[in-house]
Design a protein around this ligand. Structure first.
Ligand code: AMP
Length: 461
């Protein structure tokens, strides 16, 4: 089933934008963490953890947010706003691996490696170092304008010298890693990663003015678009531009892509620390999207931005399925989406309106492909060919699977769900993942493209 569905999805052409960066990865061990705590003193770290800085301005902000992430075992991303800290990081850490980062980059490489018909990736900054992180496959293209025409080139042939490079530092941690914060012994409960994402003036999330007139042509050429990276927009820039400006442009981009044909657009939402920006992204862009994907922490943040603070707090504190379902229904309705996909460590869920052309069984199959691909990536670190879906198929469903299904049925009975299609599946969970970067993107890509493939088969695309 999963294999056949992947086969169908591979017939599609997909456009993806905007964010790419270089991920510099550090595999953390207990000693390194202990060293950092000792350098600043446990009291200072603890105090700064209470302040919970939303940005990294100085090294102690980083250490405090890192220890917080390790203690909870939850994946987190915090923006680094002080460019001078590069030297501090580079003198404290040796990077184990450098690889493609950013959702658009990860998704483009994944689709290309899965041998999709055509993958067009756009990222506003394409330096040589960045371009070389794309896989060298003949189905991958970067749009450029030459002689007043749209030309598709491989990213390796399209790079521009002098473009800025965004380097994100990724600290991968493993369940069981132990260290001491003063008298407190901390054991990391889950494997995950802490991302220090570079937010600098020179990096903007937008489509260059020269390319924008060609977005309708690109939209016509593909079956769907996967857009992400809006978390990289700053509230204000020194040249006077602000988030409102870039979000207006982002809205226009979606409308341009949809101008010649009503192609389906998926937005992949990532955590946005600033509540103000989060709210703007939701209100400006969600209503223009057909499909949105996010994880459980993100749905809580989104609900809180929409004013459902109590429900958001419940999701943060108890992680109950019925609250997530309720929150999903609210979001689906308020933003009038076709489909909302929420992934968590133990389950993945789709919520659609009752008139969705796909049956619950078909929706379930789409999620099956999604978790299988994530399990392949978690096992291998990367997916380099379509037959690697087999690796994921050998990964068992997590041990809470049956419990998850039970709680879900219970939630369905309690809540009014007649006007919706609701499906949930347990995840295939890899015990010792090679890496956890990009797993959410992989889930969303597998889910959205297989959803599109089934729509297309029904003549609904
Ligand atoms: P995100 O938080 O958006 O990066 O998404 C992470 C998702 O990847 C989780 O919600 C899980 O569904 C999936 N995932 C995380 N860890 C593993 C693992 N070890 N094996 C398979 N899937 C995983």
């Amino acid at each position: 089933m999963v294999r056949e569905l992947l086969e169908k999805a591979r017939g599609l052409s997909i456009y993806t934008a905007y964010n790419t960066n270089v991920d510099a990865i550090v595999y953390l061990n207990g000693e390194t963490v202990q060293g950092l705590i000792d350098e600043f003193g446990a009291d200072a770290v603890r105090k700064r953890m209470e302040d919970y800085p939303r940005e990294i301005n100085e090294p102690l902000d980083f250490v405090a947010r890192l220890v917080h992430a390790l203690k909870t075992g939850k994946p987190m991303a915090v923006p680094l706003v002080n460019e001078e800290l590069h030297t501090w990081f580079d003198s404290h850490f040796r990077y184990d691996v450098e690889r493609m980062g950013g959702q658009a980059g990860i998704i483009a490489n994944l689709l290309s490696n899965l041998d999709f018909r055509e993958v067009i990736v756009y990222t506003p900054h394409l330096a040589k170092r960045q371009a070389e992180m794309f896989v060298r496959k003949p189905n991958l293209f970067y749009p450029v304008v030459e002689g007043g025409k749209l030309v598709l080139k491989h990213p390796w042939e399209a790079y521009r010298e002098g473009d800025p490079v965004k380097v994100n530092r990724i600290f991968e941690f493993r369940a069981g890693t132990a260290f001491k914060l003063g008298d407190e012994r901390i054991v990391v409960p889950f494997s995950g990663r802490f991302i220090v994402s570079a937010r600098f003036e020179s990096i903007r999330i937008y489509t260059e003015p020269g390319l924008r007139p060609f977005l309708p042509e690109i939209g016509e050429r593909v079956d769907g678009a996967i857009l992400s990276g809006y978390q990289g927009i700053n509230l204000r820039y020194s040249d006077g531009k602000d988030a409102n400006y870039y979000l207006r442009k982002a809205k226009e981009d979606i409308m341009l892509l949809k101008r010649e044909k009503d192609l389906k657009v998926h937005l992949e939402f990532a955590s946005i620390q600033s509540r103000e920006l989060r709210k703007k992204v939701i209100y400006n862009l969600f209503p223009l999207a057909d499909s949105v994907g996010m994880d459980e922490a993100e749905i809580a943040y989104v609900l809180s931005a929409l004013g459902y603070d109590e429900l958001a707090d419940r999701i943060f504190t108890y992680n109950r399925i019925e609250d997530t379902v309720l929150g999903g229904k609210i979001l689906l309705d308020e933003m009038n989406l076709d489909v909302l996909q929420i992934h968590t460590i133990y389950y993945i869920m789709y919520i659609t309106h009752a008139d969705n052309p796909l049956s619950e069984e078909e929706l379930r199959r789409s999620l099956e492909l999604a978790t299988t691909l994530a399990a392949s990536r978690a096992s291998l670190g990367d997916i380099t060919s379509p037959d690697q879906v087999e690796v994921g198929l050998r990964v068992p469903y997590n041990e809470r699977g049956e419990y998850v299904k039970l709680r879900f049925e219970e939630a369905k009975r309690k809540l009014r769900t007649k006007e919706y299609k609701l499906v949930i599946i347990p995840t295939r969970l890899v015990q010792n993942p090679v890496s956890t970067v990009g797993l959410g993107d992989t889930i969303s890509t597998g889910a959205f493209t297989s959803y599109l493939a089934m729509l297309k088969e029904k003549g609904e695309l």
